[in-house]
Design a protein around this ligand. Structure first.
Ligand code: COA
Length: 315
């Protein structure tokens, strides 16, 4: 399969570190030096499905495809307002798709997990075109009183259209199951029968351990997808790393020994938008004209689960 179209959509509200200083015990200097984030887009009066719809429509237009051309929608999402139906079905209805919709909850590597699932559908000949939409609102998962987590995240949606072809050369997904490192608990409706205590807990994260996992797992994944394709780290034109923390990106870059200009970033004005991060970065870089045909792009993402994934794409 190959990527034939990209799109993204962001909430209009921009929250700067200065805005956070007004109600949190934090400083612009701390956030910038520890994360590289200056501001983030946060959902206010939009609905997440509207961002997903807009990103999907832009990707379809970019690909020159119509809704009826799409054989499968894969939607990556951690939380949204609906328990059911899946966000993918809601987006499909909004853009007039009539194909099967599968939602996945694979946290930050969700985009690459979706690529892996799509790859299998292409390989068995079940699809000709697949739409992947990653729509996330982590701002609704954190406590805005918890300075260690809320400063890190931003909302948004990114989408790609995949078609038959040779572009995506290697995809690797993996897990080191350890749910206690990043988690959130959302209580369900009570029933007359439930006797256990169920109290909502906002996003919890063991930051330092997640940081170490992210750098180690990403370097391992990147080396593995490159080895599978018989390439070295210097053969890659751009490393498209999940935008979780600029220091994580920098840690990966220095361990690989690759120059800075091969690591495009947008974390400064986005923060971590979970699985939407990679496709938003891809769309922005593409629209800036960064890529030329034949460029080799490596995607790498890591997050709750703990899950991890990487992919090698020839543009
Ligand atoms: N402003 C000011 N101080 C803050 C703060 C903030 N927003 N957040 C935390 N601190 C404080 C802590 O309370 C702690 O204070 P103490 O030493 O008095 O206890 C101090 O800063 C150091 O905290 P620590 O957590 O050790 O900092 P860190 O250098 O590890 O950076 C993260 C914290 C969260 C930025 C970093 O660990 C990280 O990015 N981890 C990965 C997170 C991630 O990417 N998760 C998603 C993966 S998909």
């Amino acid at each position: 399969m190959k990527i034939i179209g990209t799109g993204s959509a962001l909430p209009k509200k921009v929250v700067t570190n200065g805005d956070l200083e007004s109600f949190l015990d934090t400083t612009d200097d701390w956030i910038v030096s520890r994360t590289g984030i200056h501001s983030r887009h946060v959902i206010s009066d939009e609905r997440l499905e509207d961002l997903g719809r807009d990103a999907a429509l832009k990707a379809l237009a970019d690909a020159g495809q119509k809704p009826e051309d799409i054989d499968l929608l894969l939607c990556s999402n951690v939380v949204n307002e609906y328990m059911t139906p899946g966000l993918g079905c809601i987006i499909a209805a909004a853009i007039g798709l009539h194909c099967p919709c599968i939602d996945i909850n694979c946290a930050c590597p969700g985009f690459i997990y979706a690529l892996d699932i799509a790859d299998s559908y292409f390989k068995v000949g079940k699809v000709k075109n697949v739409l992947v939409v990653c729509a996330e609102e982590p701002s609704r998962m954190t406590s805005w009183q918890d300075r260690a987590t809320c400063v890190l995240f931003g909302d948004g949606a990114g989408a790609v259209v995949l078609s038959e072809g040779e572009g995506v050369r290697s995809v690797r997904i993996g897990a080191r199951p350890d749910p206690d490192k990043i988690w959130q608990f959302r209580p369900l409706e009570p029933t007359p029968f439930v006797t256990k205590t169920e109290t909502g807990v906002p996003l919890q994260m063991q930051g330092r351990e997640v940081f170490r996992f992210a750098v180690t797992a990403s370097v391992e994944d990147i080396k593995a997808v490159l080895a599978e394709a018989g390439l070295g780290v210097q053969d890659v034109d751009y490393y498209m790393i999940h935008q979780a923390n600029l220091r994580i990106v920098e840690g990966i870059r220095t361990r690989l020994g690759v120059p800075e200009d091969k690591f495009p970033t947008n974390i400064a004005d986005h923060g971590n938008s979970s699985s939407a991060s990679c496709p938003i970065l891809l769309d922005e870089c593409k629209r800036k004209g960064l890529f030329k045909p034949g460029d080799k792009l490596v995607f790498s993402a890591f997050g709750a689960g703990l899950l991890t994934a990487a992919a090698l794409v020839e543009w």
